[in-house]
Design a binder for this molecule. Sequence first.
Ligand SMILES: [Zn+2]
Length: 406
Amino acid sequence: MFVGELSLNGDIKRVKGALSMAINCKNEGKEYLIIPKENAIEAAMISEIKVIPVENLNQVVDFLSNKIDIKSVNIDRKSILKRIPSDDIDFRDVRGQFQAKRALEIAAAGGHNVILTGPPGAGKSMLAKRIPTIISEMTFDEIMEVTKIYSISGLLSSNSHLIKNRPFRSPHHTITDIGLIGGGNYPKPGEISLAHNGVLFLDEITEFGRNTLEALRQPMEDGKVIISRNKASFKFPSKFMLIASANPCPCGFLGDSFNKCRCSHYQISNYKKRLSGPLLDRIDIHVFVPRLSKEDLTGDSDNESSIDIRKRVQKARAVQRKRFLKAQISCNAYMNTKHISKYCKLDEDVKRLLEMAIGKMGISGRGYYRILKVSRTIADLDKSKEIKINHVSEAIQYRVSDKKYF
Ligand SMILES: [Zn+2]
């Protein structure tokens, strides 16, 4: 197979999507892939084919007529796949906020969506940005999936051949539907696909266009987005953790212990309408992030590092991988109703508590299943086979603040 952009002077220049083409080359049973030198390392991730790097057309002719020998590219895949010790951010930098940290640990362990509500300056974005540091490392297949998306989007540079760390995408609220979901004349993946296997962070989610947010619902449910164009349709994966942040009201101080909220009931109820019920229903964990007092911010506190939290998350993920081996899903968040009835069996006592809470709080049927999924993750973190009463009651808590602020 030959791939490359041929320029008028005979040079062969790099192309987008080299990794996908190398996979295709393998799938079609071809032995050799002749490819621009700058794309060679990316393509060589596929070990079953021989990747021949070339710079111009003369080299191709000479190679094919046995005048020169070009060695196929050999890379040390193991060392290339090693995660880059990610930057300098760590959960240790966030003082206090133990409830929010606990909620994010649960979210990372089960792949759940989260909304962080709280006054401005409480540290919502600081918390969100640290989520990728506690999610388990990507598997080889996950790295390939993500790299393919960046490769066809032209987002790999000539010295970054692979996306090894889980993506963290944080689009601005002025983003268009196409920018977020994907599309265009030559369909390109949107932010939801660039966040595949990672985190999509919507900071100040109430500022996003309502239609834009509604367009998220289907891909969130399906884990993929399909874009149809004339005679063809394009499928891009979009399994991401949605982390949203929002002020609790227009002025931002509803529920704050330092400043008084100046909003009227009318303003608050209008503000809440910016997020639709069905969208909120798809968010499993709702947490209030308060502003901290001076004492909390300056006092000595023993903050856990991301590495320590990640160890627990990884253990809980390993339990899920084993559980879902046949089901072909990766974590609790992706359970369907069949999986839930199989893996989230409750004792009579626990069931009664849950049903009582649901009646009192007016939670929807979908909300009920969300609570069960989060309970399953909490039990997994607790290394418990059964879902116990304390697991369910903690999961219920993460839906209560929902009623108060959204
Ligand atoms: Zn207010």
